[in-house]
Design a protein around this ligand. Structure first.
Ligand SMILES: Nc1ncnc2c1ncn2[C@@H]1O[C@H](COP(=O)(O)OP(=O)(O)OP(=O)(O)O)[C@@H](O)[C@H]1O
Ligand SMILES: [Mg+2]
Length: 320
């Protein structure tokens, strides 16, 4: 990628007592990109974001944000990012309305009233929020509260934004709306966004790049498509497991165009193929020859499949 690097973290380590939260985490964030940190619960995502947001001290490693060393210049760095943590309810004052909340936080940052008003106007337009600007924070819905918290993070117009599970607990329509705004915002303003999310379809839609975090390390980076492709097939033909005799299954597995076999769940077994049509034809031929009649279906490999595959592999490697 040729865009400038906004943030670079190298070999970051963090322990909470005996718990190793970050073993050795490195990543780079480029201008104008959305990078998603993807990993199981407890992998170290929030810890890393809190370190980058100067809320937590790392034990070791080096972080540089716009050329500033995180340890030496935390004050300068605090102006350069906005942060949305996992706790929405406590990120704004309950009794204040949106305009009051944003004025409060903007003033703390040293912005003038005119600067704050101009930003509120711009953000309310981006987030379609004019109607809710004068409602008390407590009277807003979950999605509206989250929007306020995101607006708070963007108020001082930082080039870098960290969002820790920005659509957690939101209904699919509100989540979609927030995603659309964020994507548009990042593209228009050439911001850089680092986010975490457990909603893999969301990451697929939003992220330019994904960093897979596992037990405090980041062993894998790629675009969502690269991650999907790296599991070895783009399509799978799935067959009802109980209706598939072992001998028939073995024949299918031996087909040259079957790239992998995966137990999708207790009902379905998936055979990875490059071309769904060719794969289905070859598999159906074998099923017919053996005179068995299982149900079957077609599935396009998703980011969730890639996540399950890679995390499974990484866990096996770690346990060895
Ligand atoms: N304040 C803390 N004190 C002790 N251990 C902690 C603390 N915060 C996090 N941990 C531990 O550090 C590890 C990483 O936690 P972290 O919150 O960074 O994970 P995460 O990837 O954000 O998980 P999730 O997806 O559940 O949000 C976990 O083992 C967690 O139990
Ligand atoms: Mg977390």
């Amino acid at each position: 990628m040729s865009s400038p690097i906004y943030l670079s973290a190298e070999h970051v380590q963090k322990c909470y007592g005996k718990t190793v939260a970050l073993r050795d985490a490195s990543l780079e964030l480029y201008q104008g990109e959305i990078l998603a940190l993807l990993g199981p619960n407890g992998a170290g995502k929030t810890t890393l974001i809190k370190i980058l947001a100067t809320l937590l001290m790392k034990d070791a490693g080096q972080v540089t944000i716009f050329g500033y060393d995180l340890d030496k210049h935390p004050k300068e760095i605090r102006h350069l990012f906005g942060y949305v943590g996992q706790d929405t309810e406590r990120s704004a004052y309950a009794r204040l309305n949106t305009v009051e909340n944003l004025h409060f936080f903007g003033t703390l940052r040293g912005m003038t009233a005119a600067q704050i008003d101009a930003q509120i106007e711009k953000l309310a337009t981006y987030f379609d929020f004019h109607d809710s600007l004068h409602k008390q924070f407590t009277q807003l819905s979950g999605g509206q509260k989250q929007t306020v918290v995101i607006m708070r993070a963007l108020l001082h117009d930082p080039p870098l934004v960290y969002l820790d599970e920005p659509t957690k607990g939101l209904d699919p329509i509100v989540a979609k709306k927030i995603r659309t705004f964020l994507k548009h915002f990042v593209q228009q303003e050439q911001k850089s966004l680092l986010l975490t999310s457990h909603v893999l379809s969301e990451v697929d839609e939003l992220a330019d790049r994904v960093a897979l975090i596992h037990q405090g390390t980041i062993p894998l980076f790629g675009t969502p498509d690269e991650l999907k492709a790296s599991i070895g097939a783009t399509e799978s033909i799935e067959i009802e497991r109980d209706a598939l005799p072992a001998a028939t299954r073995a024949k299918i597995e031996q087909l040259p165009l079957v790239l992998f076999t995966m137990e999708r769940n207790s009902h379905w077994v998936a055979f990875g193929v490059h071309d769904a049509m060719e794969g289905a034809e070859a598999i159906i031929r074998i099923i017919r020859e053996d005179n068995v009649h299982p149900r079957f279906r077609h599935h396009t490999v998703s980011l969730e499949d890639a996540f399950v595959h890679h995390i499974g592999e990484l866990s096996e490697r770690f346990e060895q």
